[in-house]
Ligand binder design. Sequence first.
Ligand code: SN0
Length: 314
Amino acid sequence: MKNFTSIKDVADLTALVNLAKEMKSNPLAHRAAGKDKTLVLLFFNPSLRTRLSTEKAGLNLGMQVISMNADQGWTLEFEDGAIMNGAAAEHVKEAAGVISQYADVIGVRSFPTLIDREKDYQDKVVYSFMRYASVPVISLESTIRHPLQSLADVLTVEEFKKVDRPKVVLSWGPHVRALPQAVPNSFVEWMRHANVDLLVTHPKGYELAPEFMDGVRVEYDQKKAFEGADFIYGKNWSSYLDYGKITNSDPNWMITPDKMALTNDAKFMHCLPVRRNVVVADGVLDSPNSIVLEVANNRTYAAQAVLKTILDQL
Ligand code: SN0
């Protein structure tokens, strides 16, 4: 694994999940792996879990960790051949090259504009860093994917499943803000490689990009989708078709205890942050079936498995 930006960077998902489990069972066992190595995390957008869990993962592996909020101050230029007479003070060619002088591994977070679909789906920030950095780059949520979240999701399903091939339902829920498609895109991309029966439910108009959904089942009737589910994964996303828009805010799509009652005693998962009583009702989040904190905890071990794999190859 040179970089970590999508499932395509993972040679063997089962082996990576097993490594994450091993990290979890003894988080400090590999403190020598990252000795004298520096992890630099760059945040072009806000972060709570990703920042803390990835820092923690690096520290558990004995790395030195430097995080930087890159959302203020200089804007970077990402276009090749740009005449830089506008707002951007530095090209990513120099920025990524410079950070590579200080870091052994670089992590980058960036959100989409949700205005220009073609541009967002080029995933330029993370790919530019990969191109111009001389050290491995990991995605801390790119404009269209959130692979560390998805690895934690696969690990959590693996830990909590009661049947060999559980029914996993990704359910859209309403939201007041237009959110990225990164988490659901990535969730689908990873779950289709896991041993699960995957179903996606959302209102018409919220179809995800074909590059992620090809061959994945969709059920537009949310209640029907919930029937017999072993896991419900709640998430809002803005429309891909009417790009970045909120085209449905029907509160009837909120995930409620009534709907959870239709499932096979399903566990409830969400990547967080979550708007209570908008996307999901209190009764679901506060029920014993909610494992949102377990998902968040697993973010550390997902990141630790990825970092360990990369460190072993340096
Ligand atoms: C982000 C998203 O991609 O949906 C981060 C999730 C890991 N979520 C938000 O930005 C939520 C913002 C809000 O106002 O609720």
